[in-house]
Design a protein around this ligand. Sequence first.
Ligand code: PLP
Length: 453
Amino acid sequence: STQLSRNETAWWREADAKHHLHPFTDTKGLANEGGSRIITKAEGVWLTDSEGNRILDGMAGLWCVNMGYGRKELALAAYDQMLELPYYNTFFKTATPPSVELSEKLAKITPDGLNHVFYGSSGSDANDTIVRMVRHFWNLARKPTKKIFISRNNAYHGSTMAAASLGGMAAMHGQADLPLPGFEHVMQPYWFDLGGDLTPDELGLKAAEALENRILILGAQNVAAFIGEPVQGAGGVIIPPESYWPKVQEICRKYDILLIADEVICGFGRTGNWFGCETFGISPDIMPLAKGISSGYLPLSAVMVGERVAGTLIEDGGEFYHGFTYSGHPVCCAVALANIRLMEEENIVEKVRSKTGPYLQAKLNELADHPLVGEVRGVGFLGAIELAKDKATRARFADVGTTGALCKDYATGNGLIMRAVGDTLVVSPPLIMSKPEIDELFKRARLSLDMTA
Ligand code: PLP
């Protein structure tokens, strides 16, 4: 049984509080609240904690368990590969069957022109790889002044020094004297907060123009790349207006600036296509992937590199002095391959595009009439619920974040994991979630809103 005695739970909590420094957690606050919730088991879209509570996972873990929990196919792929060859590296002219097969598969399923892949273990290290690779590329292309990366306020690209510098989270910057030199940030196309009197499309153009203005100030000869998530995820599920990405693409072409689409959340079906780039008509030069690549079962990331950059690196670069012990790890690659095959067999992307995705969006829209809700928005299996004092003026509650946190806590009590980004509640459930489970998710979300009101 997964249900453990209270004593055992208490011991776990105490030992956890004593020894474990958790990511993105106020350790003292956690102790005051009685410690971590211990998750012991999961099946499908349901988590079970150590006290036997069943909780609907509206966040797919951290936006990653796309094919749901308890998939035997993925466990067996790992088991088989561990027995066959648990580890070998891909340095120094070696490869393994899973690393080769996954590379070929990724080249096939990603958008045209992205045919080369560099492996790592996390979205953060993928973005670190990109920073080094892009700087190396521009040196080789004899434009060595092109060094600056531009990204967006409130973007999340990971937690390493380079990835957090690419990111635009002020709280993260503040704690470690970031960003590093050479990382710039511009406004994001966040209509609800930044739109004022503009239409969403006007705001989209304004945000794209902010990029162009920054390029002109910095000098295009100094700008290496622009990076953005097709839909900003951890920043609050910011769905870009239609005007935004085509204009950004045009600006990057005009000034010869590489375009990087961070697909760590949007990739692998989240927006109703295999990749967010397809949903929003983006043609990136480089595309980092992680999370959904293995449905989170094992850590893996992949930087997809387009012909222009890969061609130069291969032709003119010689050895790229960069790599990780676990680059192309055979067990992680085997699980990713099994995961992608499972997605194909279950036709999951098509389901999200035309069946369960539209259903989820319709249910999300039903929350728009709630007195606490200023706006709902979403795409595919991503959704955001903006809490606001006044729908018409989009005025926030005082002390932004308090209402969102309260509602999220009520949701947890009601057996639903949602995430609060300030006063924006976000959902990103496993892509396998069924219609009755979607009903249950929104029933619990509404109840939590009612309790907050
Ligand atoms: N990029 C995006 C868009 C993300 O959402 C995240 C994680 O949430 C990352 C990168 C970093 O990935 P990881 O946590 O695997 O390092």
